[in-house]
Design a protein around this ligand. Structure first.
Ligand SMILES: NC(=O)c1ccc[n+]([C@@H]2O[C@H](COP(=O)([O-])OP(=O)(O)OC[C@H]3O[C@@H](n4cnc5c(N)ncnc54)[C@H](O)[C@@H]3O)[C@@H](O)[C@H]2O)c1
Length: 274
């Protein structure tokens, strides 16, 4: 998600400072942005010169301190409440501008929990992008009980004017709008597969050809990342205690096996080198 978010900000003309955890993660992130831009060039959507200048606007670092002068922060780290609150506590001390927007791409963690890790909760908001970020037109803007109106207004402009995307505004409930509906659907597909009801290929074919979905649920899960989806579902389950959010055992075993979807080369389906 981080690579996609970096790309859309750089494409909108902004200078982007990205932070990753290690030099190897930086290389992987850089490669992702570069190959996505390469695909846009091959598809005739960007010229080579445009792609080069977009990439030139992006710098990577491993120190959070490199974000000190940023006006818009988008956190897209692993879906872990403790990790995110720790990041926001640190960002709060590092980011100097009082008008800086501190946003999170969390799929399921209540924004207020993250906002309360700072002394400026009014500046904290959810900007929930969808994968693949350069292609998917929607961003959910999630306001906590403390997010200021001006931050929400600025986010609307950021999404529509700068990125040429669409937004919906959601209240601060775990899962917002889209994941509350999407996660039980994806988990139901896993339960069907786990019960031996049909093959993965047939479950997906059923939803593609029978329900008009462009991609079947198990391929969507592989694309999102099985570990990422399981973390989001766990947060939703702990908020609502609704069994439709409980993670099937098969998903836990797939995570143990490292079969986390496209990013690992294997999930419900197999993929070539990533
Ligand atoms: N995968 C999706 O389709 C999707 C869609 C919308 C939102 N999200 C949300 O976006 C976030 C990231 O999801 P993902 O699927 O890209 O996860 P991922 O696990 O694939 O990637 C997480 C990245 O965060 C980096 N990271 C971890 N700790 C960090 C830290 N302290 N500082 C900087 N970087 C750190 C990791 O190195 C890794 O590159 C999650 O909050 C997730 O819920 C994911």
């Amino acid at each position: 998600m981080g690579a996609g978010i970096i790309e859309v900000f750089a494409r909108s003309g902004r200078v982007v400072q990205a932070v990753e955890t290690s030099e190897s993660a930086i290389r992987a992130g850089h490669r992702r942005v570069e190959s996505s831009l390469g695909r846009a060039v091959s598809g005739g959507k960007l010229s080579t010169t445009e792609a080069e200048s977009i990439l030139d606007r992006v710098s990577f670092a491993t120190e959070l301190e490199s974000l000190a002068d940023c006006e818009v922060i988008v956190e897209a780290a692993t879906e872990d409440p403790e990790l995110k609150t720790d990041l926001f506590t640190r960002l709060d001390k590092i980011v100097t501008s009082e008008t800086a927007i501190l946003s999170t791409n969390t799929s399921s963690i209540p924004i207020i929990q993250i906002a309360r890790a700072t002394v400026r909760p009014e500046m904290v908001v959810g900007l929930h992008f969808f994968s693949p970020v350069p292609v998917m037109p929607l961003v959910e803007i999630v306001r906590s009980l403390m997010t200021s109106d001006s931050v929400v207004r600025r986010c609307k402009d950021l999404v529509t004017v700068e990125m040429n995307k669409e937004f919906i505004v959601a209240e601060d409930r775990a899962g917002f709008v889209v994941n509350i509906l999407l996660v039980p659907y994806l988990l139901s597909a896993v339960r069907l597969f786990e019960a031996g009801h049909a093959s993965a290929a047939d479950i997906d074919k059923g939803m593609r050809l029978g329900a008009g979905h462009p991609v079947g649920p198990l391929a969507v899960l592989d694309y999102i990342g099985i570990d990422t989806l399981a973390k989001a579902a766990d947060v939703l389950y702990s908020e609502y205690r609704d069994p439709s959010f409980s993670v099937p055992q098969l998903l836990r075993r797939m995570i143990d096996a490292g079969h986390t979807g496209q990013k690992s080369g294997r999930g419900f389906f197999e993929y070539g080198a990533t």
